[in-house]
Write a protein that binds this ligand. Structure first.
Ligand code: CTP
Length: 407
């Protein structure tokens, strides 16, 4: 069980972090509350002191608090820094390395994982400055529990409400929980993002895949203790920390990289949106415009997943567990089942791309997991949680781990 630093910042929902604190304690974690000056205007430090049975840190300048250079001491003791609620101000300070109070100093001083639960007014959350700061933190590996939608304390209706305490506790536990014995030491290959098929030296045919789903799968496999090879197409998002990152651009490069990495792997998850077609012959020089229409001739790319399925079939079924995705606009389950059979894979994760709230280029998804065992519906939630639900379904398909040989 871990020591969690619970950062509480100045938002109306600060009172909800009392419940977050309780939830963490119920799971057996110790909590030390770190409140910003603004937070103390919303909730009394005494509340946290009574619940945590520890002194609440409210200032860097409390006499005695620095005897042990406390933010440094605490920084090395904690297993997680959780900030809930996390205001736009603190997100901005974290993003830009400003350390003008205990919490922001602790953020810089700790190497523990950091999880934030933003909460603010809808327009503040949507502001490009805040969004940019959130992206900076995301790229740095700071995890996030997305704010909910609904009636906000300021009277607005929209996105920005602090996520439910139970959801925050669950996200914290996912980080703190010990690795999963079934996954420890497994080699997992994940593909993510789009591919770009060049038309000429400056133009390409691509798609809107952000890479988020694949990145979430890679991060979750790693959290479980697996060794991860991530084969990523061109994305703007920063990939998570993995053992091996292979950057590719085209479907042909993706094919070569995934087939090579899959040799001897335990699981391959093809979350990448690989182009189905590529220009027959990319022009050597930039294509100049003419008066008439431009005709591009495209040819089929090789299907990575189908080739993995065929290779496994040739080896009498010996090979990695194979998971593919299917983006459909109609007859989701029937088409996914056909795709599973046709490509010779274990599982197809199907999502309905006709719904703009889920799937491509957004943070949430809702999927149906189709395998030989039937269909498991996973309702709309963050891609991080969808990733965990998918890998939970893969767990029973893993081959028994080899018994270590004693010498
Ligand atoms: N895939 C692949 N190689 C390709 C194309 C797709 O490995 N050249 C994988 C994707 O990573 C994904 C799955 O196959 O896991 C998607 O299957 P696909 O047949 O391309 O289906 P969709 O693109 O969803 O739909 P459609 O069948 O309509 O093309």
């Amino acid at each position: 069980m871990a020591l969690v630093a619970l950062g509480v910042t100045g938002g109306i929902s600060a009172y909800k972090s009392v419940e977050v604190c309780r939830g963490l304690q119920k799971l057996g974690h110790e909590v030390v509350a770190v409140m910003t000056r603004a937070a103390t205007k919303f909730v009394g430090p005494l509340t946290f002191e009574a619940i945590t049975r520890r002194e609440v840190i409210t200032s860097q300048w409390t006499p005695g608090a620095n005897a042990d250079i406390e933010h440094i001491a605490l920084a090395s003791d904690i297993g997680l820094l959780l900030v809930a609620p996390c205001t736009a101000n603190v997100i901005g300070k974290f993003a830009h390395g400003m350390a003008d109070d205990f919490l922001t100093s602790l953020y810089l001083a700790t190497t523990a994982p950091v999880l934030i639960a933003p909460a603010m007014n809808t327009n503040m959350l949507a502001h490009p400055a805040v969004q940019e700061n959130v992206r900076i933190l995301e790229a740095r590996g700071v995890r996030r529990v997305e704010p909910g939608e609904g009636y906000l304390a300021c009277g607005w209706v929209g996105k920005g409400r602090l996520a439910e305490p139970a959801e925050i506790v669950e996200a914290a536990q996912a980080i703190l929980a010990p690795v999963d014995a079934s996954w420890r030491g497994r080699h997992v290959v994940v593909s993510a993002g789009p591919t770009y098929e060049d038309i000429d030296p400056v133009r390409f045919v691509g798609n809107r895949s952000s890479g988020r789903m694949g990145f979430a799968l890679a991060a979750d496999a790693r959290r479980r203790g697996a060794r991860v090879t991530l084969v990523a197409g061109p994305t703007r998002m920063e990939p998570p920390q993995v053992e091996t990152l292979v950057r590719v651009r085209s479907a042909a490069e993706m094919h070569a990289a995934v087939l090579a990495a899959a040799e001897g792997a335990d699981v391959v998850v093809m979350a990448a949106a690989v182009a189905d077609y590529t220009p027959v012959a990319p022009a050597a020089g930039k294509i100049a415009k003419g008066d008439g229409p431009l005709v591009l001739t495209l040819e089929r790319t090789r299907d990575v997943l189908a080739d993995l399925g065929a290779r496994r079939a040739r080896h009498s079924g010996e090979g990695p567990v194979l998971v593919g995705f299917a983006a459909e606009t109609s007859d989701l389950l029937a088409k996914a089942a056909v795709k599973r059979e046709r490509k010779g894979v274990d599982m197809i994760v199907a999502n309905d791309v006709s719904n703009p709230d889920i799937g491509f280029d957004v943070d949430a998804n809702a999927v149906s997991i189709v395998s030989a065992g039937g269909v498991v519906d996973v309702p709309r939630q963050s891609k991080m949680r969808i990733a965990a639900a998918i890998l939970d379904q893969v767990t029973p398909l893993l081959r028994p781990a080899p018994v270590p040989v004693r010498s």
